[in-house]
Ligand binder design. Sequence first.
Ligand SMILES: NC(=O)c1ccc[n+]([C@@H]2O[C@H](COP(=O)([O-])OP(=O)(O)OC[C@H]3O[C@@H](n4cnc5c(N)ncnc54)[C@H](OP(=O)(O)O)[C@@H]3O)[C@@H](O)[C@H]2O)c1
Length: 374
Amino acid sequence: MGTTAAADADAETETVTAGVVGGSGFAGGELLRLLDGHPNVELVQATSREYAGKSIGGVHPNLRGRELRFSEPSALESVDVLFTATPHGITMEHVEEYTDAADLLVDLSADFRLATEGQYDEWYDGHTAPEYLEVAEYALPELNRENLGDADIIASGGCNATATLLGLKPLADAGVLGSEAQGASDTSSGGEPRDGADVVVDVKVGSSEGGAGGGAASSHAERSGVVRPYAPTGHRHEAEIEQWLGLSVSFTCHAVDMVRGASATCHVFPDGPVSKKELWTAYRGAYEAEPFVRLVAGGSGSYRYPEPKAVAGTNYADVGFELDPGNERVVVFSAIDNVMKGSAGQAVHAANVALGFEETAGLEFAGLHPVGSP
Ligand SMILES: NC(=O)c1ccc[n+]([C@@H]2O[C@H](COP(=O)([O-])OP(=O)(O)OC[C@H]3O[C@@H](n4cnc5c(N)ncnc54)[C@H](OP(=O)(O)O)[C@@H]3O)[C@@H](O)[C@H]2O)c1
Protein backbone atom coordinates (compact mmCIF):
# COMPACT_ATOMS: atom_id res chain seq x y z
CA MET A 1 0.00 0.00 0.00
CA GLY A 2 1.45 3.41 -1.01
CA THR A 3 1.64 6.36 1.35
CA THR A 4 -1.43 8.05 -0.11
CA ALA A 5 -3.48 4.88 0.05
CA ALA A 6 -2.32 4.36 3.65
CA ALA A 7 -3.27 7.93 4.50
CA ASP A 8 -6.66 7.43 2.84
CA ALA A 9 -7.20 4.26 4.84
CA ASP A 10 -6.27 6.09 8.06
CA ALA A 11 -8.73 8.85 7.20
CA GLU A 12 -11.46 6.28 6.59
CA THR A 13 -10.96 4.50 9.90
CA GLU A 14 -10.07 7.45 12.13
CA THR A 15 -12.73 8.37 14.66
CA VAL A 16 -13.18 11.72 16.38
CA THR A 17 -15.38 12.64 19.31
CA ALA A 18 -18.13 15.19 18.78
CA GLY A 19 -20.54 17.23 20.85
CA VAL A 20 -23.60 19.30 19.91
CA VAL A 21 -24.66 22.38 21.85
CA GLY A 22 -28.32 23.05 21.10
CA GLY A 23 -29.09 19.42 20.28
CA SER A 24 -32.81 19.71 21.04
CA GLY A 25 -33.48 22.22 18.25
CA PHE A 26 -34.31 21.52 14.61
CA ALA A 27 -30.81 22.05 13.25
CA GLY A 28 -29.32 20.33 16.31
CA GLY A 29 -31.62 17.35 15.79
CA GLU A 30 -30.38 16.97 12.23
CA LEU A 31 -26.81 17.14 13.51
CA LEU A 32 -27.57 14.32 15.95
CA ARG A 33 -29.10 12.23 13.15
CA LEU A 34 -26.08 12.80 10.89
CA LEU A 35 -23.42 12.30 13.55
CA ASP A 36 -25.18 9.20 14.87
CA GLY A 37 -24.68 7.58 11.45
CA HIS A 38 -21.27 9.06 10.67
CA PRO A 39 -18.56 6.43 10.17
CA ASN A 40 -15.81 8.63 11.65
CA VAL A 41 -17.62 10.20 14.57
CA GLU A 42 -18.41 9.13 18.10
CA LEU A 43 -21.17 11.39 19.39
CA VAL A 44 -20.49 11.91 23.10
CA GLN A 45 -22.60 14.88 24.15
CA ALA A 46 -25.75 16.75 23.17
CA THR A 47 -26.91 19.69 25.27
CA SER A 48 -30.27 21.13 26.12
CA ARG A 49 -31.19 23.11 29.19
CA GLU A 50 -34.89 22.33 28.85
CA TYR A 51 -34.45 18.58 28.26
CA ALA A 52 -31.30 17.87 30.34
CA GLY A 53 -31.48 14.26 31.57
CA LYS A 54 -33.93 13.16 28.85
CA SER A 55 -32.94 10.82 26.03
CA ILE A 56 -32.36 12.40 22.62
CA GLY A 57 -35.03 10.10 21.20
CA GLY A 58 -37.56 11.60 23.59
CA VAL A 59 -37.25 14.92 21.76
CA HIS A 60 -36.40 13.66 18.27
CA PRO A 61 -38.60 10.58 17.73
CA ASN A 62 -36.61 9.55 14.65
CA LEU A 63 -33.71 8.88 17.10
CA ARG A 64 -35.67 6.61 19.46
CA GLY A 65 -33.56 3.83 20.92
CA ARG A 66 -30.32 5.83 21.11
CA GLU A 67 -28.77 5.86 24.58
CA LEU A 68 -27.42 9.40 24.61
CA ARG A 69 -29.14 11.81 26.99
CA PHE A 70 -29.15 15.58 26.88
CA SER A 71 -26.91 17.35 29.35
CA GLU A 72 -26.50 20.96 30.45
CA PRO A 73 -24.39 23.21 28.20
CA SER A 74 -22.64 24.49 31.33
CA ALA A 75 -20.90 21.07 31.68
CA LEU A 76 -19.19 20.72 28.33
CA GLU A 77 -17.02 17.68 27.66
CA SER A 78 -13.74 18.01 25.79
CA VAL A 79 -14.21 16.77 22.24
CA ASP A 80 -12.40 16.89 18.93
CA VAL A 81 -15.21 18.76 17.20
CA LEU A 82 -17.98 20.80 18.77
CA PHE A 83 -21.06 21.82 16.78
CA THR A 84 -23.13 24.71 18.10
CA ALA A 85 -26.72 25.00 16.89
CA THR A 86 -27.86 27.82 19.15
CA PRO A 87 -29.70 31.08 18.51
CA HIS A 88 -27.77 34.08 17.24
CA GLY A 89 -25.50 35.62 19.88
CA ILE A 90 -24.80 32.53 22.03
CA THR A 91 -21.64 31.25 20.31
CA MET A 92 -20.00 34.66 20.19
CA GLU A 93 -20.70 35.03 23.90
CA HIS A 94 -19.17 31.60 24.72
CA VAL A 95 -16.56 31.32 21.99
CA GLU A 96 -13.60 31.07 24.39
CA GLU A 97 -15.26 28.31 26.37
CA TYR A 98 -16.23 26.43 23.20
CA THR A 99 -12.81 26.69 21.57
CA ASP A 100 -11.20 25.56 24.83
CA ALA A 101 -13.43 22.47 24.81
CA ALA A 102 -12.74 21.44 21.19
CA ASP A 103 -10.03 21.54 18.53
CA LEU A 104 -12.60 22.47 15.92
CA LEU A 105 -15.71 24.57 16.48
CA VAL A 106 -18.45 24.47 13.83
CA ASP A 107 -21.12 27.09 14.49
CA LEU A 108 -24.46 26.92 12.72
CA SER A 109 -25.62 30.38 13.77
CA ALA A 110 -24.87 33.68 12.07
CA ASP A 111 -22.28 34.65 14.69
CA PHE A 112 -19.16 34.18 12.55
CA ARG A 113 -20.43 34.26 8.96
CA LEU A 114 -19.58 37.87 8.17
CA ALA A 115 -16.05 39.11 7.85
CA THR A 116 -16.03 42.36 9.82
CA GLU A 117 -17.38 43.93 12.97
CA GLY A 118 -18.73 46.77 10.80
CA GLN A 119 -20.97 44.30 8.96
CA TYR A 120 -22.34 43.07 12.30
CA ASP A 121 -23.00 46.68 13.32
CA GLU A 122 -24.86 47.24 10.06
CA TRP A 123 -26.84 43.99 9.79
CA TYR A 124 -27.05 42.64 13.37
CA ASP A 125 -26.71 44.19 16.82
CA GLY A 126 -22.93 44.35 16.76
CA HIS A 127 -20.50 41.60 17.83
CA THR A 128 -19.10 40.73 21.25
CA ALA A 129 -16.04 38.78 20.08
CA PRO A 130 -14.91 40.51 16.86
CA GLU A 131 -11.32 39.30 17.29
CA TYR A 132 -12.52 35.83 16.25
CA LEU A 133 -14.07 36.97 12.97
CA GLU A 134 -10.86 36.74 11.02
CA VAL A 135 -10.20 33.28 12.42
CA ALA A 136 -13.52 31.87 11.23
CA GLU A 137 -14.00 30.30 7.81
CA TYR A 138 -17.29 30.16 5.91
CA ALA A 139 -18.47 26.57 5.67
CA LEU A 140 -19.87 26.17 2.17
CA PRO A 141 -17.26 23.85 0.61
CA GLU A 142 -18.39 24.77 -2.91
CA LEU A 143 -17.21 28.33 -2.20
CA ASN A 144 -14.48 27.98 0.40
CA ARG A 145 -13.14 24.40 0.38
CA GLU A 146 -9.51 25.50 0.13
CA ASN A 147 -9.63 27.37 3.44
CA LEU A 148 -11.38 24.74 5.53
CA GLY A 149 -8.40 22.42 6.01
CA ASP A 150 -6.68 24.66 8.54
CA ALA A 151 -9.79 26.09 10.15
CA ASP A 152 -10.30 26.25 13.92
CA ILE A 153 -13.73 27.88 13.65
CA ILE A 154 -16.16 27.19 10.84
CA ALA A 155 -19.29 29.28 10.29
CA SER A 156 -22.06 27.35 8.62
CA GLY A 157 -23.99 29.52 6.16
CA GLY A 158 -27.55 30.75 6.36
CA CYS A 159 -30.07 28.56 4.56
CA ASN A 160 -31.47 31.28 2.29
CA ALA A 161 -27.96 32.53 1.56
CA THR A 162 -26.81 28.99 0.75
CA ALA A 163 -29.60 28.42 -1.75
CA THR A 164 -28.99 31.80 -3.36
CA LEU A 165 -25.21 31.54 -3.47
CA LEU A 166 -25.23 28.07 -5.00
CA GLY A 167 -27.56 29.39 -7.71
CA LEU A 168 -25.65 32.56 -8.50
CA LYS A 169 -21.96 31.93 -7.81
CA PRO A 170 -21.27 30.17 -11.12
CA LEU A 171 -22.67 33.20 -12.94
CA ALA A 172 -20.56 35.55 -10.82
CA ASP A 173 -17.42 33.55 -11.58
CA ALA A 174 -18.25 33.45 -15.30
CA GLY A 175 -18.64 37.23 -15.42
CA VAL A 176 -22.37 37.10 -16.19
CA LEU A 177 -23.17 39.14 -13.10
CA GLY A 178 -20.76 41.85 -14.10
CA SER A 179 -17.41 43.30 -13.26
CA GLU A 180 -18.30 44.08 -9.65
CA ALA A 181 -18.51 40.35 -8.91
CA GLN A 182 -15.77 38.22 -7.35
CA GLY A 183 -14.09 36.20 -10.05
CA ALA A 184 -15.50 38.35 -12.78
CA SER A 185 -12.04 38.76 -14.21
CA ASP A 186 -12.18 35.05 -15.00
CA THR A 187 -13.28 35.14 -18.60
CA SER A 188 -13.16 31.37 -19.04
CA SER A 189 -16.59 31.57 -20.63
CA GLY A 190 -14.89 33.38 -23.51
CA GLY A 191 -16.50 36.80 -23.09
CA GLU A 192 -15.45 40.00 -21.40
CA PRO A 193 -16.88 40.67 -17.93
CA ARG A 194 -20.05 42.71 -18.16
CA ASP A 195 -20.51 46.02 -16.37
CA GLY A 196 -23.09 44.83 -13.92
CA ALA A 197 -26.34 42.91 -13.73
CA ASP A 198 -29.57 43.53 -11.90
CA VAL A 199 -30.21 40.54 -9.65
CA VAL A 200 -33.54 39.96 -7.90
CA VAL A 201 -33.80 36.99 -5.54
CA ASP A 202 -37.04 35.55 -4.19
CA VAL A 203 -36.73 32.72 -1.64
CA LYS A 204 -39.58 30.55 -0.34
CA VAL A 205 -38.88 28.83 2.96
CA GLY A 206 -40.48 26.21 5.17
CA SER A 207 -41.53 26.63 8.78
CA SER A 208 -38.59 24.71 10.30
CA GLU A 209 -36.45 27.74 9.46
CA GLY A 210 -37.99 29.43 12.49
CA GLY A 211 -36.63 26.79 14.89
CA ALA A 212 -38.35 24.43 17.31
CA GLY A 213 -39.43 27.29 19.55
CA GLY A 214 -41.34 28.85 16.67
CA GLY A 215 -43.67 31.60 17.77
CA ALA A 216 -47.20 32.75 17.11
CA ALA A 217 -46.61 32.98 13.35
CA SER A 218 -45.26 29.41 13.30
CA SER A 219 -48.19 27.65 14.97
CA HIS A 220 -49.88 25.12 12.69
CA ALA A 221 -53.13 27.07 12.56
CA GLU A 222 -51.36 30.27 11.53
CA ARG A 223 -48.82 28.73 9.21
CA SER A 224 -50.96 26.23 7.33
CA GLY A 225 -51.66 27.29 3.75
CA VAL A 226 -49.49 30.36 4.02
CA VAL A 227 -47.63 32.17 1.24
CA ARG A 228 -46.45 35.15 3.25
CA PRO A 229 -43.79 37.74 2.40
CA TYR A 230 -41.92 37.96 5.71
CA ALA A 231 -38.78 39.82 4.75
CA PRO A 232 -39.53 41.89 1.64
CA THR A 233 -36.36 43.94 2.15
CA GLY A 234 -33.40 44.03 4.51
CA HIS A 235 -33.11 40.28 5.23
CA ARG A 236 -29.84 39.64 7.08
CA HIS A 237 -28.78 36.92 4.68
CA GLU A 238 -28.40 39.62 2.04
CA ALA A 239 -25.13 40.57 3.75
CA GLU A 240 -23.77 37.04 3.39
CA ILE A 241 -24.82 36.81 -0.24
CA GLU A 242 -23.26 40.13 -1.13
CA GLN A 243 -20.09 39.25 0.76
CA TRP A 244 -19.56 36.19 -1.44
CA LEU A 245 -20.87 37.48 -4.76
CA GLY A 246 -19.14 40.86 -4.49
CA LEU A 247 -22.20 42.74 -5.72
CA SER A 248 -25.57 43.80 -4.40
CA VAL A 249 -28.72 41.76 -4.85
CA SER A 250 -32.36 42.63 -4.22
CA PHE A 251 -33.57 39.93 -1.84
CA THR A 252 -37.08 39.00 -0.69
CA CYS A 253 -38.26 36.04 1.35
CA HIS A 254 -41.64 34.28 1.61
CA ALA A 255 -42.79 31.89 4.30
CA VAL A 256 -44.72 29.09 2.57
CA ASP A 257 -46.59 25.96 3.62
CA MET A 258 -43.68 23.52 3.83
CA VAL A 259 -41.92 22.15 6.89
CA ARG A 260 -38.52 21.80 5.23
CA GLY A 261 -37.05 23.51 2.23
CA ALA A 262 -35.66 26.70 0.78
CA SER A 263 -36.31 27.42 -2.86
CA ALA A 264 -34.51 30.37 -4.43
CA THR A 265 -35.63 31.92 -7.70
CA CYS A 266 -33.04 34.40 -8.94
CA HIS A 267 -33.86 36.77 -11.79
CA VAL A 268 -30.67 37.98 -13.45
CA PHE A 269 -30.71 40.76 -16.05
CA PRO A 270 -27.19 40.71 -17.49
CA ASP A 271 -25.71 43.78 -19.08
CA GLY A 272 -25.16 42.02 -22.39
CA PRO A 273 -26.21 38.89 -24.28
CA VAL A 274 -25.71 35.45 -22.73
CA SER A 275 -26.09 32.15 -24.54
CA LYS A 276 -27.45 28.91 -23.17
CA LYS A 277 -24.13 27.29 -24.00
CA GLU A 278 -22.36 29.90 -21.88
CA LEU A 279 -24.70 29.11 -18.99
CA TRP A 280 -24.15 25.37 -19.25
CA THR A 281 -20.38 25.93 -19.39
CA ALA A 282 -20.55 28.04 -16.22
CA TYR A 283 -22.71 25.59 -14.25
CA ARG A 284 -20.99 22.41 -15.44
CA GLY A 285 -17.58 23.95 -14.76
CA ALA A 286 -18.62 24.92 -11.24
CA TYR A 287 -20.43 21.76 -10.23
CA GLU A 288 -19.46 18.70 -12.24
CA ALA A 289 -16.98 17.64 -9.54
CA GLU A 290 -19.17 18.67 -6.60
CA PRO A 291 -20.64 15.70 -4.74
CA PHE A 292 -23.69 17.53 -3.40
CA VAL A 293 -24.79 19.82 -6.23
CA ARG A 294 -26.96 18.39 -9.00
CA LEU A 295 -27.87 20.28 -12.16
CA VAL A 296 -31.56 20.04 -12.95
CA ALA A 297 -32.43 22.18 -15.95
CA GLY A 298 -35.22 21.31 -18.34
CA GLY A 299 -35.64 17.76 -19.59
CA SER A 300 -38.97 16.00 -19.44
CA GLY A 301 -41.39 14.70 -16.83
CA SER A 302 -42.67 16.43 -13.73
CA TYR A 303 -39.34 17.18 -12.08
CA ARG A 304 -37.74 19.48 -14.66
CA TYR A 305 -36.44 22.14 -12.31
CA PRO A 306 -35.18 22.15 -8.71
CA GLU A 307 -37.75 21.81 -5.96
CA PRO A 308 -37.40 21.21 -2.23
CA LYS A 309 -39.34 17.92 -2.17
CA ALA A 310 -36.64 16.22 -4.21
CA VAL A 311 -33.90 17.12 -1.72
CA ALA A 312 -35.81 16.86 1.57
CA GLY A 313 -33.76 15.16 4.27
CA THR A 314 -30.60 15.18 2.14
CA ASN A 315 -27.46 17.24 1.76
CA TYR A 316 -28.08 17.81 -1.95
CA ALA A 317 -28.64 21.16 -3.60
CA ASP A 318 -30.46 21.03 -6.92
CA VAL A 319 -29.61 23.95 -9.19
CA GLY A 320 -31.09 24.83 -12.58
CA PHE A 321 -31.64 27.73 -14.93
CA GLU A 322 -33.54 28.91 -17.98
CA LEU A 323 -32.78 31.59 -20.52
CA ASP A 324 -35.44 34.19 -21.35
CA PRO A 325 -33.95 35.93 -24.41
CA GLY A 326 -37.06 38.06 -25.09
CA ASN A 327 -36.67 39.75 -21.71
CA GLU A 328 -32.86 39.53 -21.62
CA ARG A 329 -33.20 37.56 -18.41
CA VAL A 330 -31.65 34.45 -16.91
CA VAL A 331 -33.78 32.78 -14.28
CA VAL A 332 -31.96 30.51 -11.83
CA PHE A 333 -33.54 27.99 -9.45
CA SER A 334 -31.90 26.46 -6.43
CA ALA A 335 -33.54 24.11 -3.93
CA ILE A 336 -32.15 22.80 -0.65
CA ASP A 337 -33.38 21.37 2.63
CA ASN A 338 -32.85 24.29 5.00
CA VAL A 339 -31.87 22.13 7.98
CA MET A 340 -29.58 19.91 5.86
CA LYS A 341 -27.61 21.57 3.06
CA GLY A 342 -28.75 24.88 4.56
CA SER A 343 -27.44 24.01 8.02
CA ALA A 344 -26.52 20.66 9.62
CA GLY A 345 -25.52 18.86 6.40
CA GLN A 346 -23.36 21.77 5.30
CA ALA A 347 -21.76 21.86 8.76
CA VAL A 348 -20.89 18.14 8.67
CA HIS A 349 -19.63 18.43 5.08
CA ALA A 350 -17.33 21.29 6.10
CA ALA A 351 -16.15 19.36 9.17
CA ASN A 352 -15.35 16.37 6.94
CA VAL A 353 -13.14 18.59 4.82
CA ALA A 354 -11.48 20.19 7.85
CA LEU A 355 -10.82 16.85 9.54
CA GLY A 356 -9.52 15.17 6.38
CA PHE A 357 -12.34 12.62 6.12
CA GLU A 358 -14.01 11.50 2.94
CA GLU A 359 -16.04 14.63 2.05
CA THR A 360 -19.22 12.69 1.66
CA ALA A 361 -18.85 10.63 4.86
CA GLY A 362 -22.15 10.31 6.67
CA LEU A 363 -23.98 12.38 4.08
CA GLU A 364 -24.32 10.40 0.90
CA PHE A 365 -27.90 9.23 0.97
CA ALA A 366 -30.85 10.07 -1.26
CA GLY A 367 -34.16 11.40 0.01
CA LEU A 368 -37.59 9.80 -0.14
CA HIS A 369 -39.78 9.42 -3.20
CA PRO A 370 -42.68 9.74 -3.24
CA VAL A 371 -43.05 11.87 -0.17
CA GLY A 372 -45.68 14.29 1.16
CA SER A 373 -45.01 17.89 2.07
CA PRO A 374 -41.31 18.09 2.97
N1 LIG B 1 -33.70 26.08 11.30
C1 LIG B 1 -33.04 26.35 10.18
O1 LIG B 1 -33.55 26.15 9.07
C2 LIG B 1 -31.64 26.89 10.25
C3 LIG B 1 -30.91 26.97 9.04
C4 LIG B 1 -29.62 27.51 9.07
C5 LIG B 1 -29.10 27.96 10.27
N2 LIG B 1 -29.84 27.89 11.41
C6 LIG B 1 -29.25 28.41 12.65
O2 LIG B 1 -29.03 27.34 13.53
C7 LIG B 1 -29.23 27.79 14.87
C8 LIG B 1 -30.25 26.87 15.54
O3 LIG B 1 -31.46 26.98 14.82
P1 LIG B 1 -32.70 26.05 15.12
O4 LIG B 1 -33.69 26.34 14.08
O5 LIG B 1 -32.25 24.66 15.34
O6 LIG B 1 -33.19 26.67 16.52
P2 LIG B 1 -34.03 25.95 17.65
O7 LIG B 1 -34.84 24.84 17.08
O8 LIG B 1 -34.76 27.05 18.36
O9 LIG B 1 -32.94 25.33 18.64
C9 LIG B 1 -32.10 26.13 19.43
C10 LIG B 1 -31.28 25.24 20.34
O10 LIG B 1 -30.38 26.05 21.10
C11 LIG B 1 -30.50 25.73 22.49
N3 LIG B 1 -30.24 26.96 23.24
C12 LIG B 1 -30.99 28.10 23.27
N4 LIG B 1 -30.41 29.03 24.03
C13 LIG B 1 -29.26 28.48 24.50
C14 LIG B 1 -28.21 28.94 25.34
N5 LIG B 1 -28.24 30.18 25.87
N6 LIG B 1 -27.18 28.11 25.61
C15 LIG B 1 -27.14 26.86 25.09
N7 LIG B 1 -28.11 26.35 24.31
C16 LIG B 1 -29.16 27.17 24.00
C17 LIG B 1 -31.92 25.19 22.64
O11 LIG B 1 -32.03 24.26 23.70
P3 LIG B 1 -32.26 24.67 25.24
O12 LIG B 1 -32.96 25.99 25.23
O13 LIG B 1 -33.06 23.54 25.81
O14 LIG B 1 -30.88 24.73 25.83
C18 LIG B 1 -32.09 24.43 21.33
O15 LIG B 1 -31.53 23.14 21.43
C19 LIG B 1 -29.70 29.26 14.78
O16 LIG B 1 -28.62 30.13 15.00
C20 LIG B 1 -30.20 29.36 13.37
O17 LIG B 1 -30.09 30.66 12.84
C21 LIG B 1 -31.09 27.34 11.43
